[in-house]
Design a protein around this ligand. Structure first.
Ligand SMILES: C[S@@+](CC[C@H](N)C(=O)[O-])C[C@H]1O[C@@H](n2cnc3c(N)ncnc32)[C@H](O)[C@@H]1O
Length: 283
C-alpha cells in the first residue's frame, strides 16, 4: 500500500458536539459535513486525514484548501487548492486512519492486523485480553469487529492516546467495550473467562504463565513479535503451560505495478514487520 507517512493533522481533536462519521450508517449516501474526518489524496497518491471544520483550511506546499470547498461535496469529488494542486476527497477507511493517526507507540500495520483478526477469530461479543494497547491500532480493528476488550498498558500517555484514537474513529459508543487499565501484564491478569489473549509487548513469554487462568479452555492466543528469538521463547513457554495448535506465520505483502505493457511487482515492499504466533488452550 503506497500510503504516505507524513504527519497528518491531528485528526483526533474533534468537535465534541459532532459524532464521527463512522458511527453513522455507512450505506446512506451523505454529503461531507463539518466534524467529519476526510481523506485527501493528491496527484502523487500522498494521503492526508483531516477533520473538517467550517472555518478550517488544509495547508499544503501547493497552496491551501478551505474546508468549505469540501463541506457539502460527495465522496470521490475532485477539488483544487488555491495554487491548483488537485485532490480527491473520500471518507477514510480504518486502514487510512491507522496509517495517519497520531501515535504514541509503534502501531501494528494493516497488513498484519487483517490476519490477526482471522487468527484470533475476532467477532461480535468475543472477550479479548489485550496487552499493550500502544496507539490503539489493533484495538480499533478488534472493536470494529465487535470485540469487548480489557487492555493492560504500562504508559498513561499511550493509554490516553489509544482511547482518543478509538473514540475519534469509532465514536464514543465503542469506548463502552474498551476498558484500558494502567497495569503491567507481566505481573498477572486479574480478570478471567477471556475468549482471546492478544499480545504486542516486548517479552510476551512473561505473560504466558498467567494466561491459562485467564483464558477459557479452547480459547485462542495470538502474539505479534518483530524478532524470531522472541517467537522461540513464546513457543517454548506456550508448550510448557499446555497450549496446543501452536503455529507461527509471517505475512509478506507485495504490490504490483500495472500500467500498459509494464506489469511487474513493485520495486519496493514492506518485507518484514513481525511474526504472528497463534495457539489454543488445552485442558
Ligand atoms: C508496540 S506497542 C503496541 C502497539 C499496538 N498493538 C497498536 O497496534 O497500536 C507496545 C505497547 O506495550 C506496552 N507495554 C510494554 N510492556 C508492557 C507490560 N509489561 N504491560 C503492559 N503494557 C506493556 C508499551 O508501553 C507499548 O505501548
Amino acid at each position: 500500500m503506497s500510503l504516505n507517512h507524513e504527519p497528518a493533522l491531528d485528526a483526533t481533536e474533534q468537535d465534541p458536539s459532532t459524532d464521527p462519521p463512522q458511527a453513522v450508517d455507512e450505506r446512506v449516501i451523505r454529503p461531507l459535513q463539518a466534524g467529519e474526518l476526510v481523506l485527501l489524496v493528491d496527484q502523487k497518491q500522498r494521503r492526508y486525514v483531516v477533520q473538517l471544520s467550517t472555518d478550517g483550511e488544509f495547508q499544503t506546499h501547493a497552496g491551501s484548501l478551505p474546508h468549505g470547498e469540501l463541506i457539502g461535496r460527495p465522496e470521490g469529488a475532485a477539488v483544487a487548492s488555491t495554487r491548483g494542486q488537485r485532490f480527491t476527497v473520500y471518507r477514510p477507511t480504518l486502514s487510512d486512519f491507522i496509517l495517519t493517526m497520531p501515535r504514541g507507540a509503534q502501531v501494528i500495520y494493516p497488513k498484519d492486523i487483517g490476519p490477526i483478526l482471522m487468527l484470533a477469530d475476532i467477532g461480535p461479543g468475543v472477550r479479548v485480553f489485550e496487552s499493550g494497547v500502544g496507539s490503539g491500532a489493533l484495538s480499533m480493528a478488534m472493536l470494529r469487529a465487535g470485540a469487548d476488550i480489557v487492555g493492560y498498558e504500562l504508559r498513561e500517555d499511550f493509554a490516553a492516546r489509544a482511547t482518543k484514537n478509538v473514540g475519534s474513529f469509532l465514536g464514543d459508543a465503542a469506548l463502552s467495550r474498551y476498558q484500558v487499565e494502567l497495569r503491567d501484564s507481566y505481573e498477572g491478569i486479574d480478570d478471567h473467562d477471556f475468549d482471546r489473549v492478544v499480545l504486542d509487548i516486548p517479552e510476551p513469554w512473561r505473560v504466558i504463565p498467567h494466561v491459562p487462568e485467564a483464558l477459557r479452555p479452547g480459547g485462542l492466543f495470538v502474539s505479534y513479535s518483530p524478532s524470531i528469538t522472541q517467537v522461540i521463547k513464546v513457543t517454548d513457554e506456550l508448550r510448557r503451560v499446555g497450549f496446543g495448535e501452536i503455529s507461527t506465520t509471517e505475512v509478506l505483502n507485495r504490490t504490483w505495478h500495472v500500467e500498459g505493457q509494464s506489469v511487474r511487482p513493485d520495486h519496493r515492499m514492506v518485507a518484514h514487520t513481525g511474526f504472528l504466533t497463534r495457539a489454543r488452550l488445552t485442558r
